[in-house]
Design a protein around this ligand. Sequence first.
Ligand code: FES
Length: 384
Amino acid sequence: MARPRFHRVRVESVTPVAADGSAVEVTCLVPDELTGAFAFTPGQHVTVRLPVDGRQIRRSYSLCSTPRELVGRGRLRLGVRVVPGGAFSTYAAGELAAGDQLELLSPVGTFGVRFDPARRRHYAAVAAGSGITPVLSLVATALETEPGSRFTVLYGNRAAGSAMFTDELGDLKDRHPRRLHLVHLFSREQPRVGLPRGRLDRDTLEGLFARLLPPAEVDEWFVCGPAGMVDGTRAALAGHGVDPAAVHTELFHPGEPARESRTAPAAGAASGADAVDAVDAVDAVDAVDAVDASEVSVVMDGRVTSVPLEPGRTVLDAVMAARPDVPYSCQTGVCGTCRARVVEGRVRMARTWALSEQDRTAGDILTCQAVPLTARVRIDFDVL
Ligand code: FES
């Protein structure tokens, strides 16, 4: 897999996708020569780079379109929740227009599975708010590529007006009435008779499991939303004996101050670091017992660059100074865009939300969260 890079693409349209105007879909046209660079699996996300007030901001957004749409029509669609004051989202909703250019980093992320036309599976998704964005891509792809499979989607919002992609979900339901079961939940609205009400918390989920969706009848789960909802769903499924390997998760708003609403992989949590020699995880950067001075060597695009690293700075900080083309986005341990592998030395990470246990065992790190524990650290972006 090639390292993600930024490319310029043309915007075809910016379209509201929530009745209350709180979300837009940005459709980009990918020229033939970049189709390979933007090849993606459902559930992945892209990073947008935008100059604002003399600096560059980066934000990650999940793709709501399908790989088939990219190959067949050259289209890539992003779901963007509009956050008041959000640097990119307000620009996208208010100024961005057809014909404009956008700088997009090629897709990354580990949320999702590879679909197989020969399989017959029952998939289920639990999504809240803009967490439906990658789920939409997963649902559409599963329905079109696995004719023997079906999908149940539990989609929670405060109110019907803020629900995203209801028309597109409805179209999918019309095309596949027996294979797509869609359940909307609203926490601040009275539902129609017979429909459940409430937040997608553990109590609500237990009620849905009892009435509509016995966990034992589901093969794989996709969970996307705020950390509390993701954790609650994981716990509820574990309580029903669901194998954690069958639960794919993606979180946004990881307990940080409000930022752009975006989704990102959260296949792992900051635990279980002992299994990995090269990587430790702690709860906060302040608790890190890092070395006083370090040298970081980075391998990227076959070229090795060595840079000094001052105490308290992350590996990404050091690499950015010498190799400004290094991939990154959120800098909070959520999106996974800055992932690389430690091939010499040891690091400690404050957060590892974007890494699975498997990633960590392989020595993969989030460079935005990593501080050295040894005088020399060598990391490789090319081996991933
Ligand atoms: S830049 Fe997002 S996890 Fe490091």
